[in-house]
Design a binder for this molecule. Sequence first.
Ligand code: ITT
Length: 195
Amino acid sequence: MLMHSIVFATGNSNKIAEVSQLLDGKIDIQSLGDIGCEETLPETSATIAGNASEKAWYVHKNYKVNCFSEDTGLEVEALNGEPGVYSARYAGPAHDDEANMSLLLANMKGEEDRRARFHTVIALIIDGKEHQFEGVVEGQIIHHKKGNQGFGYDPIFMPDGYNRTFAQMSSEEKSSISHRGQAVQKLVAFLKGKV
Ligand code: ITT
């Protein structure tokens, strides 16, 4: 099957920007707005893979398109894996990045074990079949925000092997090591035969 464009089932424009850059024009990304989907996608699962799957199937079934979604969580060791699947809504339903980071830093106050990881699962649905691709990056939650690039929890996450946060990196550098970058590379390798 030949494929030149695919719907990215996300309401997060930062995710679209990062993934479009990684696809480098090989595949045209359509947004939910492009297919007339204005509603918030359901995310009721207790797992990242479950939520990715749920968002992609919702769009596939309701809009009859090939599509992929992704779900990402920040899993903090000292908080038993929280905020994890609740990363977007950690400080409440407003999906407020600043409030989420402030709450996380408050909950980590005095904590010596700062280990954390970003975990992404992409769920792709093509011709009614689901395929999943995963990416994980290990790092540390630092004590104060640093940098103003990227989005979400980037200013407080320093990947292992670097002394800068994701928010102090260009989007190219972040994507070359990030959770999303790894998962998208696997997606691209899979789609290669189809473009
Ligand atoms: P969807 O429409 O794709 O669900 P969302 O923003 O609700 O978009 P998630 O449910 O995957 O996304 O929530 C992920 C949370 O983790 C959210 O707070 C993001 O800001 C944050 N996040 C995701 N990717 C990130 C990244 O690369 N760097 C920092 N924070 C990230």
